[in-house]
Design a protein around this ligand. Structure first.
Ligand code: ZN
Length: 228
């Protein structure tokens, strides 16, 4: 059987992606203190790539020195990189919106997001795996019309979309995002973690089935994974 890429939700905006060739990518690693995260941080001490959408506590956790063992490649905005160095990470690639860097055979494209950030500006990522699968992590954002362009430019397999409202898109906005992105699969995130957020993905699933019937919603449990 051909190896597949695996996308594992760690609760909130945190995901671990393990590519078909075994490269481990950690996005928005809020592990310790994340009430939805079923994993211990030691599990990630040998990841290969770290991506951070912005510097809020629920996306970078606190001390990140546990990630140093394998000297992961950190691909973030230069200002965020400076901040991460204070949290224990040493080396990284500074990149910015619109840019693509290659780490091994994986392409990392940084795209915009509309939110706030203490350092740099918020972003999302579009990853292209070794076998050309595309995974979009939207970061924290409201809906924006350029998602339509992402849908034109990239044949997105999986879109990881915040749906929790208050700080990010609500289910209606996120369903319109799914419509514009035209991904095969949409995975809801950034909900249920705090009482203020939307608590389940039911409304998102309903609205996507109305607005973007060609997109399948995959609701993961924290710790659950899908493959592509
Ligand atoms: Zn957040």
């Amino acid at each position: 059987m051909v190896a597949k890429n695996r996308v594992r939700w760690l609760g909130h905006a945190a995901f671990e992606i393990v590519t078909a060739e075994g490269v481990r990518i950690l996005i928005d690693p809020w592990i310790t203190g994340n009430p939805s995260c079923p994993a211990e941080k030691e599990e990630f001490s040998d990841v290969d790539i770290i991506l951070v959408s912005h510097d809020h506590f629920d996306h970078v956790g606190e001390d990140m020195s546990y990630l140093l063992r394998a000297e992961p490649t950190v691909a973030v905005q230069p200002e965020v990189l400076a901040d991460l160095k204070n949290k224990g990470l040493q080396e990284g690639i500074g990149m910015n919106v619109g840019g693509t860097v290659e780490v091994g055979d994986i392409q990392i494209t940084m795209v915009q997001a509309f939110h706030s950030s203490g350092s740099g500006s918020p972003c999302g990522y579009i990853l292209t795996t070794e076998d050309e699968r595309k995974i979009y992590h939207a970061g924290d954002t409201g809906v924006f019309a350029t998602m339509q362009v992402f849908g034109d430019m990239y044949d997105i397999d999986v879109a990881l979309l915040p749906i929790g409202s208050v700080y990010v898109m609500d289910p209606l906005q996120a369903a319109h995002a799914a419509k514009m992105l035209r991904a095969d699969t949409a995975v809801p995130m950034h909900y249920g973690t705090f009482p203020a957020l939307v608590q389940d993905a039911d409304e998102f699933s309903e609205r996507v089935s109305e607005l973007a019937p060609d997109t399948q919603v995959c609701v993961l449990r924290p710790g659950g994974e899908m493959s592509l």
